[in-house]
Design a protein around this ligand. Structure first.
Ligand code: AMP
Ligand code: MG
Length: 474
């Protein structure tokens, strides 16, 4: 059974995108198919795994009803304005409506050049494709809003990266939509108020049907981002490239490039090789989200009724609301990590004291918090006294909680996609051994359940295994 497409974005005015047939692959081979996700979307997993499905997932031949387009967008990259970016390495093949009525984009990432490719080849190699597959699915299993990975296909071609010919691959990415802050910027920068209005209405009907105005839309996106970033922080996730073109207005995590989960906790931690000044360091993420939202706000100004002064004041008030909202979300989630069902402002010093000790002792983020459940947290500190001198205040506070163990067990995963394990899985896959990738992915599908057989995936890296740098891999 072929997917039934209903392509609302392709029905928008032609200047929103470029029609774009994917280049296809000479010898496609299915590497991974996300069957549970296929079911969720109402797609026929057996059809996807068959020859017609493979042709679609590799961009070689699209079924009836697909309308491949490359979406136009702009963006601030590391703070620098770029008026035209767009899908240079991705093609949106269409939208499917799931049995529950939810609408999803199907996008092929790495299916060849588009009008937006500039000097790029429009391709992806196996490493970043598997990386995005593993990390985005791990995020979904942790309960973090995210784009999903439906399939990974090897193309049979080679892609040159860093002077090496690497195996080419295509990822099928699924998203509530791929509309970004940068999509709004594309129209705003061109003074295209009609385009902005059309886009805002599209986003409202698709993601925020309760919003009645552009200001409501801004409020909704701000709230969604405050929740999202608080979740990232609570799991030690560093996105790594929070450009405005990599922030989805739906509130889903998008664009898994140089992202990474913390091993040892440090607020200033940066993994991305291209983030030289730490603009997107772990602790910078809330501030950067607010900055990106301010860019969205300035795009929406022409759609908000009132005098210039009133409009700016109203939008500013919404953006200023990000910080307290984020702070409340963060406190709730971080409180849960230490066993508090409903942490209040008075609990902030306790949480911060633990984080400070973790930072100065190089404690592993995930293992320390999980260790609060199992009683092994002190082992994560170089000097266990750093933990022992915090624990009494914590214990005293827990005495007022009904079931702190259960609260912590739900908030603190056992397993995260650790950088060194991802890299090991990629190295093996390049050599033709997909078993480590399969195992990693299956283990990360139930991140809160302890499993002695997976102890190696729960361990922190040995010093020689630590991954210090991650790459976009474009
Ligand atoms: P990213 O850093 O992945 O968010 O990508 C930023 C911009 O570069 C987007 O417009 C991408 O479509 C484009 N891009 C990234 N990699 C490639 C590539 N291999 N070929 C063409 N365009 C690319
Ligand atoms: Mg991007």
């Amino acid at each position: 059974m072929t997917p039934r497409f209903d392509n609302s974005y392709a029905r928008l005015p032609e200047r929103f995108f470029a029609r774009q047939t994917p280049e296809g692959a000479p010898a496609p081979r299915l590497i991974a198919l996300n069957r549970p996700l296929a079911v969720r979307l109402g797609l026929d997993a057996d059809w996807l795994a068959g020859p017609e499905g493979l042709a679609m997932l590799s961009g070689s031949a699209l079924p009836e009803g697909a309308e491949p387009i490359a979406q136009a967008y702009a963006g601030h990259q590391f703070g620098g304005w770029v008026p035209t970016l767009g899908d240079g390495r991705a093609v949106l093949i269409g939208e499917v409506v799931a049995p529950d009525g939810a609408r999803f984009d199907l996008q092929l990432k790495g299916a060849g050049q588009t009008v937006f490719s500039r000097r790029g080849d429009g391709r992806a190699w196996l490493g970043p494709v598997l990386r995005e597959y593993v990390v985005s699915e791990a995020m979904a299993a942790l309960g973090v809003p995210t784009t999903r990975a439906l399939a990974a296909v090897a193309t049979g071609t080679r892609v040159v990266r860093d002077g090496f010919a690497r195996p080419g691959a295509v990822l099928t990415r699924v998203a509530a939509s791929h509309i970004r802050v940068g999509t709004f910027q594309f129209f705003a920068a061109r003074g295209d108020d009609n385009g902005l209005r059309t886009l805002a209405n599209h986003v409202i009907s698709r993601h925020y049907p309760e919003a009645e105005s552009a200001l409501d839309l801004l409020r909704a996106v701000t709230a969604a981002q405050a929740r999202l970033i608080a979740q990232w922080m609570s799991f030690g996730f560093i996105h790594g490239v929070m450009n405005t073109d990599n922030m989805a207005v739906s509130g889903e995590t998008i664009d898994y490039g140089p992202c990474a989960f913390l091993d040892a906790y440090h607020p200033k931690k940066v993994f991305s090789s291209i983030d030289q000044f730490g603009r997107y360091a772990y602790a910078m993420q809330p501030q950067i989200a607010a900055w990106n939202l301010a860019q969205l706000a300035s795009c929406l100004l022409p759609l908000i009724p009132g005098s210039e002064e009133e409009v700016i004041e109203a939008a500013t008030e919404v953006i200023n609301g990000f910080a307290p909202r984020y702070q409340a979300e963060w406190l709730r989630r971080m409180g849960a990590k230490i066993g508090l069902a409903a942490a209040g402002a008075e609990d902030l010093p306790l949480i911060e004291s633990l984080l400070n000790r973790m930072a100065s002792e190089g404690a592993d983020f995930t293992r320390t918090f999980r260790g609060l459940v199992t009683g092994a947290a002190r082992d994560e500190f170089t000097d266990p006294m750093a933990f022992e001198t915090w624990a009494p205040d914590w214990q005293a506070r827990l005495a007022r909680e009904a079931d702190p163990q259960a609260v912590m067990a739900r908030a603190n995963p056992v397993r995260i996609p650790r950088n060194h394990r991802i890299e090991q899985a990629i190295t093996a896959a390049v050599e033709g051994d997909f078993a480590p990738f399969e195992r990693l992915q299956q283990a990360l599908a139930h991140p809160f359940d302890p499993d002695p057989a997976l102890a190696d995936l729960e361990a922190a890296p040995w010093p020689e295994e630590v991954v210090k740098r991650t790459f976009c891999g474009t």
